[in-house]
Design a protein around this ligand. Structure first.
Ligand SMILES: C[S@@+](CC[C@H](N)C(=O)[O-])C[C@H]1O[C@@H](n2cnc3c(N)ncnc32)[C@H](O)[C@@H]1O
Length: 296
């Protein structure tokens, strides 16, 4: 990490996919997220950037895109994604920091960032990086953890929690885990060059007792309906925002993808085990199908 880089929530070696999703009774959360994505994803596209892809839980949902770049700071998460998705030229695996993306500006016509912004101490900075990587008009689907959720409001009203769910600052409820205010998120998106198109509120019934009392299908159907109120109010723990990259920013030349993070050169040579920058002579490792652009 370079001195001015914000801290990273490191998932290296984590069993997140197994413990949280596969064995964590999270079928409801997974299914309602799939519905939100189906509603917001474009019908077709060329190059999709998935920021914080983890073990590739959502990647198969991006079939409409010809290629998907899975970016994550953790190489072990990317290895799990490789095992899940198999050897397929559609997928490019990149270990990099969301605060420092190694792409030529204007390469992607779509991007997602699901369950990842909540690890960002400097969210505007990460959003700015995503915007730079996108072409004008590109779709960006952002999921964030909402501090103004109904449970937090009730806890605040009944004095069971000290922080206010209504104020704009983020709340760090555990180390490097942040809940954000919807208005702050919309403001940051606009500041970095997005126009907000649509909001869906997601996971309204994310409570152990409700999951035990009611059938999964019923909760999913009710959530699917409730999602549609997302443009009017946001009181759910998770919010999906569809934005469009605004402004007259560059579009990358066909075939371009990576740029050197040391000198900015965007003509890197593919060697068997690295991408070589002929300008500054830096080698970015390429091992077992994973490009490694982490700056340590
Ligand atoms: C909670 S997991 C979500 C994974 C996936 N998006 C999903 O919904 O299943 C968060 C992911 O963000 C990644 N991450 C956290 N901070 C990051 C950063 N600064 N740059 C890149 N990835 C990061 C972690 O390695 C982890 O895989």
């Amino acid at each position: 990490m370079t001195p001015d880089q914000p801290p990273i929530c490191d998932y290296e070696g984590s069993d997140y996919q197994t413990s949280f999703w596969d064995e964590g009774d999270r079928a409801y959360e997974d299914q309602v997220e799939a519905i939100a994505l189906r509603r917001l994803l474009p019908k077709s596209g060329n190059m999709m950037l998935e920021v914080g892809a983890g073990a590739g839980r959502n990647t198969p949902r991006y079939q409409a895109f010809q290629r998907v770049v899975l970016l994550d700071y953790s190489t072990t998460q990317l290895q799990q994604a490789q095992s899940k998705l198999g050897n397929d030229d559609r997928y490019v695996y990149v270990a990099a920091d969301a605060y420092q993306l190694p792409f030529v500006p204007g390469v992607f016509d779509g991007a997602t960032m699901i369950r990842t912004l909540h690890h960002m101490a400097e969210p505007q900075r990460a959003l700015q990086q995503v915007r730079l990587a996108l072409q004008p008009g590109a779709a960006f689907i952002l999921e964030y953890a909402n501090k103004q959720n109904l449970k937090a409001i009730l806890r605040y009203v009944f004095q069971m929690q000290s922080w206010s769910p209504f104020t704009p600052e983020a709340v760090e409820f555990a180390a490097l885990n942040f809940d954000f205010h919807p208005k702050s998120i919309r403001g940051w998106l606009q500041e970095v060059g997005f126009s907000v198109e649509r909001q869906l509120t997601v996971s309204h019934f994310r409570m152990g007792i409700l999951k035990r009392l009611f059938p999964l299908d019923l909760l999913v159907k009710l959530d699917s309906l409730a999602q549609l109120s997302g443009n009017w109010w946001q009181l759910s723990p998770s919010v999906f925002v569809l934005s469009q990259a605004a402004g007259d920013t560059p579009i990358a030349s066909p075939g371009a993808l990576f740029r050197c993070l040391v000198c900015g050169n965007d003509e890197l040579e593919q060697l068997p085990s690295s991408l070589h920058c002929p300008n500054c002579d830096h080698h970015w490792s390429f091992e077992n199908g994973i490009y490694d652009f982490r700056v340590k």
